[in-house]
Each structure stands twice: as C-alpha cells, then as structure tokens.
Design a binder for this molecule. Structure first.
Ligand SMILES: [Fe+2]
Length: 385
C-alpha cells in the first residue's frame, strides 16, 4: 500500500506500478488520493520524495511520478499511476511538459525526451517540470530541436542565470555566454588536431563537472549540436549520485564532512604547462566545495569531484590524490557510463551538480564538429547549500 503524507490535490483509484531501474516492475495498490509536488510518500515502508510528475501517453489514464528514494541504489524510482478515474488536475494537462514522452537511457540516470518544442517560450508549468526532470534524470536529451544562438540564450535565461565564459571574462574582460565545442570557427573554417585551440579543448576529455572551479559552479550545461563527426566525438556521462549511493554507509560518513579544493590552473596544467594565461589564472583562484553535495529540492546526495578537484582540505597531496582518484575510478566503471552519440539538432541539458562527463575525442583533421554550449549558474556558493 502506498500512502501520502499530505492532503490530496486530486483523487482517483487504480493500480500503481513502481519501477526501480534495477528491479523488475512490481505493483502496489493505491486507494483514494494522489500526491502533490514536494510530498513525501511512504512506499514499501520508506520515505520517497516526489520530484516530478507528468502525464504519460494515455493522459487521462496514466500519470507518471518520479521519486527520489534514498534507499534505492540509483536514488530514483519511477512510479506510474494507472486507471485514474477522475479528470487529471490542471497541472497535468495543457502544458508542454505534460505531453512529454520520456525514455530512460541508463539505469542510473538519463532520459530521451520528446513531445516538446523548446524553441517555443516555456510556460511556468513547463519550466517547473523541466527543472523537476533535471532533478530526477540529471541528463535530458531533446532530439530534433533545430536551434540557433538567440533561441538557446532565451532558453538558458528561462532556466536561470546564464554563466559568462570564464575564458572570455578572464582573458579579455568580456561577457560571452557561448562556448564552441568543436573545431569550426566563426568564419566557417575548421581547425586541425595540432592547433592550440584544439589541444586546449582536449582538457574536456578528462572526467569533469563544468565550471566546478568556480565558487558558484554551473548548475546545468545546455548543448546544441549542429555539425558532428562521422565517427567518435562522443560525450560520456556518469552519475555521481549513483556513485555515492553505491558506497558503504561507513565510507559515506567519512566523506560527508570533507572539503575539496577545485583549481582550474591545476587541471589545465595537465593539458599544457602554458594552457592558462596569467590574467585568466588570476581571475580563477582555487575554491572550496563540499565533497558531498545535496540536491536542495530532493535531498539526494552526490559526489562533487572530477578533473578540477585538486586536493582535500587538510590532507596531504598524496592522500588527497589517492581518495579523489579512487572516487572517480569507482564512479566511472564501464557499466556506469552512458555514452552520448550526438546527432545534429540534439539539444542536451545536463546537471553538473551530480554528473561527470568527458569527451572521447575525434579526428579534427578529418571531421568538422560544431556544438554550442551555454550554462546556467548555480544558486550560490556550494558551502551554503
Ligand atoms: Fe564539459
């Protein structure tokens, strides 16, 4: 039996499928009432936090709820209501997201989302549901979204505060919200493998969280694909929420209070000794972040690690390196990776708070790659989350 801890917003009767990523579907019966956003549900004797809701293909018959369940290894469970006998409430109908079709991409995280045109202005309800889907899935791929920069910036602003490029700001004092991922230049020509800019971008081939070297790091990154190589050029992702959940409880307790120093100059020194100009280095001093972050809406915990993570505060370099490397290794084992093979007109949103990603590289002498990236800043310094 599933019970809800708050007053119902709508009522219905029917069955409830509870689908955990690693388990076969099982059923629970629901009597009476449905939950509201933010509710805590008792499911199988545990608390589960409702983080998203949307109507499935059947609309009047099906509604889907995404729950964060701290007991489940992946942290996310998917509940699907069936056979609602009364009309869905207003929030379930009439919004762009209520029409969404969501397909899981990996047991730990990730969804392919269709049924919405992101070039259209987002309603408040649609925006809220996208934010909830980010909390639930961490990675959202919206295929077949032919974009341009103007629309991408409008979407970025609708989700939150756009993050200025640290390179343009640190080197030239200029606000620029876009980064080009790839070798195609503004004049349409393409750079080869040996060009300094191509070499610099190979820093993205290390597992990282975008802008974790900033005091307020990126919340999400938004990437639009225009030209993609015929081979390679994948981006791989792993969930550090799932990685944290897999750790033994005692190990989690040791990690929870630790502070990590993230340092851009440190990470880029692995690409080339002169990769960072003095003015850029001066604009990006090392910053402190908790090793374990919590999602402010669901409470789900995740490891905040990656290539910019230099050391653990108060630890020796050797001990720091051993722990940080061990955590990345555990998070990025083959079975935990989702590899995204880009198609032109893919629009992808990923949550930098709880994912690591890396590029797999491609032959820039043979192929063109043009992708545009914007980011949304986090709400503030991580230490006050
Ligand atoms: Fe990145």
């Amino acid at each position: 039996m599933v019970r809800f801890s708050r007053a119902p917003r709508w009522s219905g009767t029917g069955g409830l499928d509870v689908l955990h990523p690693r388990d076969a579907p099982f059923q629970e019966s629901v009597v009476g009432h449905g939950p509201a956003f933010g509710d805590v549900m008792k499911a199988k004797g545990r608390d589960a936090h409702l983080v998203a809701e949307a109507v499935g293909p059947g609309r009047s018959a099906d509604a889907a709820l995404w729950m964060v369940d701290p007991v489940e290894p992946s942290g996310v469970a998917w509940f699907r209501y069936r056979q609602m006998v009364q009309s869905p409430p207003a929030c379930f109908g009439g919004t762009a997201m209520a029409m969404l079709k969501v397909e899981r991409l990996h047991p730990d995280f990730g969804a392919r989302v269709t049924g919405v045109d992101l070039r259209e202005p987002l309603s408040d309800a649609a925006r809220e549901e996208i934010l909830a889907a980010i909390d639930a899935y961490s990675f959202l791929c919206f295929p077949n979204q032919p974009f341009d920069d103007e629309r991408q910036l409008a979407l970025t602003r609708r989700i939150g505060e756009p993050e200025p490029s640290h390179v343009a700001l640190g080197q030239e004092g200029r606000i620029e919200y876009f980064g080009t991922i790839g070798n195609v230049q503004p004049d349409g020509t393409a750079l080869g493998n040996s060009h300094k800019k191509t070499v610099f971008l190979t820093g993205n081939n290390m597992w990282h969280s975008d802008a974790s070297f900033k005091k307020t790091p990126a919340f999400v990154s938004i990437m639009c694909a225009y030209e993609v190589p015929a081979e390679d050029g994948l981006t791989q992702f792993v969930s550090t929420r799932a990685a944290y959940d897999r750790l033994p409880e005692g190990h989690k307790a040791e990690l929870d209070p630790l502070i990590v120093i993230h340092d851009y100059v440190y990470s880029r020194s692995k690409v080339a000794p002169d990769a960072v100009s003095p003015s850029l280095a001066a604009s990006l001093p090392p910053v402190r972040h908790p090793l374990v972050r919590s999602n402010p809406r669901s409470g789900a915990r995740s490891l905040f690690i990656g290539s910019h993570a230099r050391s653990i505060e108060g630890w020796s370099d050797a001990d720091s390196r051993a722990l940080l490397d061990d955590l990345v290794e555990g998070a990025t084992e083959e079975e935990h990776i989702y590899s995204h093979s880009w198609q032109p007109s893919d629009l992808v949103i990923w949550d930098n708070r709880c994912l690591l990603h890396r590029g797999t590289g491609y032959d820039a002498d043979r192929y063109r790659r043009y992708m545009r990236q914007t980011r949304v800043s986090g709400d503030g310094p991580t230490l006050s989350e």
